[in-house]
Ligand binder design. Structure first.
Ligand code: BGC
Length: 449
């Protein structure tokens, strides 16, 4: 069987668009509220160094990992690194807000103004390259040499979108997440004698049956718009197919294509089956509705799997989102070295560890994702193991066609993503398909497509 991880599927991510967007500038979400736990002396919005012992070199790693599986995975990784390096102390300076809605703006301001954390969470692809690497004035991140990361241990398609236009690698990918997954409550489906849908037509049949019983078919937590955007992406994939979907990010598929219109119409229909309090919930609160049997399904990245692991919930099933079988819509969380990192030697040590199979197999079983390294996937027997979902993901990553995620930094420049989200936010209330198509086409034009 061929191993897709050794192929260059992600080469589809448009390099032309990367370059164009580098000049267009990235959106800067407002820093918003400061999470509780902020200590005097730490930069606004971050948490304190916590349990770091006095006298250790404290390595501030900024992330948006605050929920169970997310923060646990990173902490386990840091625990091992800190135990092996007693003079160093890596800690998670987390800023709440799923998908980095708050953290990304804070870290961008800090890095570009010369006051960066030692390292930070950033998605590979456009988010990394357009914001920090291929920018006028030169990269604000340091290239990573072979003492930190061995690119031959990562899929070529991944290496391509963690490399700058100079061909050098700029970040350490810690995982591969899958975005286009349908998660469901086995209990709700069994109790109602239903099967999980494989197409959007089947989805409507199932959703009508559930609606008749007063059960929300699809849990949505779009307090921030991105989970709604993820549902839209899965519908675009099912309408356009992999080539058509990829073309949206290269200009090969026009946003006024009739299939985009069909996708918006479908989105509007699907939106009719979500929980009524969706606008007040976060992604993990929506996932809780599935855990509690109050909703049947949710479409979310496989950090939802990490949420189930953390909450010890096992009565769930998963499938590709309707119309997405055989297609692995992917993204990766990664960690770079800012040029002005306060503790560069300590960060280099940490990143070299994070690039190892050992570290990736400590982190990912908790995170819900699979390791980015080709040779990882085998934690020691006494450690947390990959669960059944992750075993299936490890297998499908090798055989499925890989597509990039727009909402999580891989497919589109931050500015283009923000414009799409603005159009989708308006669409939720207006329901104006033609007007939204026009707004999306204008956003693509602004992005140089
Ligand atoms: C990140 C995940 C994270 C999720 C929810 C995504 O953008 O890649 O690591 O779990 O957002 O916050």
């Amino acid at each position: 069987m061929s191993d897709r991880r050794t192929r260059t599927a992600w080469a589809l991510v448009p390099i032309v668009a990367l370059i164009v967007a580098a000049c267009a500038g990235a959106a800067t979400p407002s820093p918003g509220g400061t999470p509780s736990g902020t200590a005097a002396g730490t930069p606004a919005g971050t948490q304190a160094a916590g349990t770091c012992a006095a006298g250790t070199t404290q390595i501030e790693v900024q992330s948006w990992w605050t929920t169970g599986g997310e923060s646990t995975g990173l902490q386990k990784l840091f625990d091992k690194f800190n135990a092996d390096n007693p003079t160093l102390c890596a800690y998670n300076a987390a800023i709440a807000g799923g998908a980095g809605t708050v953290a990304q703006g804070v870290v961008k301001t800090r890095v570009l103004s010369g006051n960066p954390p030692d390292s930070f969470q950033v998605h590979m692809g456009h988010e990394l390259l357009d914001t920090y690497v291929n920018i006028s004035g030169g990269s604000v991140l340091a290239p990573l040499d072979s003492t930190i990361i061995d690119p031959s241990k990562f899929p070529p398609g991944v290496v391509k979108i963690i490399s700058g236009s100079d061909g050098k690698v700029y970040t350490v990918p810690e995982n591969i997440h899958r975005a286009n997954v349908l998660w469901y409550s086995k209990k709700v489906f069994a109790d109602n004698n239903l099967q999980p849908p494989t197409t959007w037509d089947e989805f409507k049949t199932v959703a009508d049956a559930l609606k008749a019983k007063g059960i929300a078919a699809l849990a949505l937590g779009d307090k921030d718009i991105w989970p709604y955007g993820m549902v839209f992406e899965t519908i675009l994939i099912s309408e356009l197919g992999p080539d058509g979907f990829n073309g949206l990010w290269t200009g090969a598929t026009k946003w006024d294509d009739p299939k985009v219109t069909a996708a918006l119409t479908e989105l509007q229909t699907v939106f009719g089956y979500v929980n009524s309090d969706h606008k007040s919930l976060t992604w993990d609160q929506a996932n809780q509705l599935v855990i509690d049997g109050k909703a049947a399904m949710t479409i979310m990245g496989d950090w939802a799997n990490g949420d189930y692991v953390a909450k010890k919930f096992t009565n769930y099933g998963w499938a590709a989102a309707p119309g997405n079988a055989g297609l692995y819509q992917a993204l990766a969380d990664s960690f770079p070295l800012p040029n002005k990192a306060p503790h560069p030697d300590a960060v280099k040590k940490l990143l070299a560890f994070m690039a190892s199979a050992e570290a990736q197999d400590i982190f990912n079983p908790w995170k819900g994702s699979i390791p980015a390294r080709i040779d990882a996937g085998n934690p020691p027997a006494d450690a947390q193991q990959y669960n059944d979902y992750q075993k299936s993901a490890l297998a499908e990553w090798k055989t499925d066609t890989v597509l990039p995620s727009m909402e999580h930094g891989a497919a589109a420049s931050p500015a283009f993503k923000t414009a799409i989200e603005t159009a989708l936010t308006a669409f939720q209330t207006s329901g104006d398909v033609a007007g939204t198509v026009a707004a999306l086409a204008a956003a693509a034009a602004d992005a140089g497509l």
